[in-house]
Write a new protein. Structure first.
Length: 445
């Protein structure tokens, strides 16, 4: 076991953290939603239509290119709606829960890969390069499992794993059979998991130490022509449970937190549950004030409608912060108030130790988009052996040779989330990286 110390990055100390590890049970959802955009790289072809009954774990749709890659329903019920957007793109699928325990049992006799594909757990994995659902025809060089989340207000992943921790060893055995290399576990100091058949590394440092891309880069970087898979320890335990019991589980523990939550807490629920049911009766202050509801954390999560949004598949938390579309603030972003926060010494608050205290942040951009300032800002926020500012410029210019040389195969949008927050140029770095990865994939096909 090796300990890797990371100095770059930053921990945003936000108000609204959970003070206890107690897990409450959320009411059984009446409706669940699946958002195809959560499974990047999968082009949906529906297997179920509106009005069809579906059991928990039964396929809703499969990938057009790889029909064996399936996205399944987390609950038993009836397909209520298939919501489409521009060019008939499927934006979400709604399932009206029937409250029964009807579950689809996948076949296990065809091997680990076939079981993961049929159970729907395959789409919980991610592939580098391109940060997409893995190609089932490609054998990964290695598999990396992140065992902690360092994002702001992120839940303890071992607590989220809950009573499924004893399935981790079985999950490691399954993954080891799918790779020609090693299975790596990335842990935080004081929360170390050691399992036979896996190599454990401890990452000691600020966010984004918990990101898979950072862990890969500091252990065994991805080179051109190589493929690695990533997942978190919660998915690892689900894989072990599938192979041990023969059934896939879609129950989850979610952290409901943020400065606008009256009592931040852990809730046991089901993937795809409505956000409205998870936060009902637990919003602080005047509920009429504009608030932002996020499925995920404040850096990489997806903004959702508080009435129609769902707990999206990749996320383990729901965060609520102020929106503040039109704040009445003297001088706006140029204010010299000591109450204002910055990771730099831009305001007088740092003299009072403001950066060491919990802060309440809203969703304002505080400035407009402008040209890239080559000041090393991105580099200070990204503990990877790459040149992030030059990589962003090469992606914008779509210079394939430079993108390859500067590490496009190693990164995912989430790796640039903290740099996007700290960026004085106010560029949408995650969107730029996502578009660059998509263009690169299309160019290489």
């Amino acid at each position: 076991m090796a300990t890797i110390k990371l100095k770059k990055g930053y921990n945003l100390n936000l108000e609204g953290s959970i003070a206890t590890s107690t897990v409450a049970s959320a009411p059984a959802p009446k409706l669940c939603g699946i958002v195809p955009d959560d499974f990047w790289g999968v082009t949906p072809r529906m297997e179920k239509q509106v009005g069809d009954h579906v059991a928990a774990g039964e396929a809703l749709y499969h990938d057009k290119k790889h029909e064996e890659v399936k996205v399944v329903s987390p609950v038993s019920g009836v397909v209520k709606a298939v919501n489409r957007g521009d060019r008939r793109k499927i934006e979400s699928i709604e399932i009206a829960c029937d409250g029964s325990d009807s579950r689809h049992k996948p076949r296990l006799d065809a091997g680990v890969k076939a079981a993961l594909l049929e159970s729907g757990l395959w789409v919980m994995l991610r592939q580098r390069p391109y940060d997409i659902v893995p190609d089932p025809d490609v054998t990964p060089r290695d598999i990396f499992v992140t065992c902690f989340d360092s994002a702001p207000l992120a839940p303890d992943l071992l607590l989220v794993t809950g009573d499924k921790q004893h399935y981790i060893k079985k999950g490691v055995e399954a993954l080891a059979s799918l790779t020609s290399g090693k299975v790596y576990l990335g842990c935080a100091p004081g929360h170390v998991i050691e399992v036979e058949g896996a190599e454990t590394n401890v990452f000691d440092g600020p966010h984004p130490a918990g990101n898979a891309g950072v862990q890969i880069n500091n252990v065994k970087p991805v080179n051109k022509g190589e493929v690695v898979w990533t997942l978190d320890v919660v998915t690892l335990a689900r894989i072990g449970e599938l192979l041990a019991t023969g059934m896939a589980s879609f129950d989850t523990i979610v952290a409901v937190d943020g400065s606008e939550v009256a009592t931040p807490q852990y809730l046991k629920t089901v993937m795809g549950s409505p956000v409205a049911e998870l936060v009902e009766g637990n919003i602080a202050g005047d509920s009429k004030l504009n608030k932002r509801y996020i499925s995920g954390n404040v850096l990489t999560g997806s903004k959702v409608d508080p009435e129609t949004g769902y707990l999206r598949a990749p996320y383990r938390q729901v965060t609520v912060i102020p929106e503040n579309d039109h704040p009445d603030e003297f001088m706006g972003w140029a204010s010299l108030s000591p109450k204002k926060f910055s990771i730099y010494r831009d305001f007088t608050g740092w003299l009072l130790g403001r950066r060491r205290k919990k802060v309440k942040m809203d969703a304002r951009l505080q400035g407009g988009e402008r040209a890239i300032v080559m000041s090393g800002e991105y580099d200070r926020m990204l503990p990877m052996d790459i040149y992030p500012e030059f990589l962003i410029k090469s992606i914008i210019a779509f210079d394939i040779d430079k993108m390859e040389q500067l590490g496009i195969y190693e990164v995912a949008p989430e790796d640039f989330a903290l740099a996007e927050y700290a960026d004085t140029s106010k560029l949408e770095l995650q969107r730029i990286v996502r578009q660059g990865l998509d263009k690169m994939k299309k160019e290489m096909e």
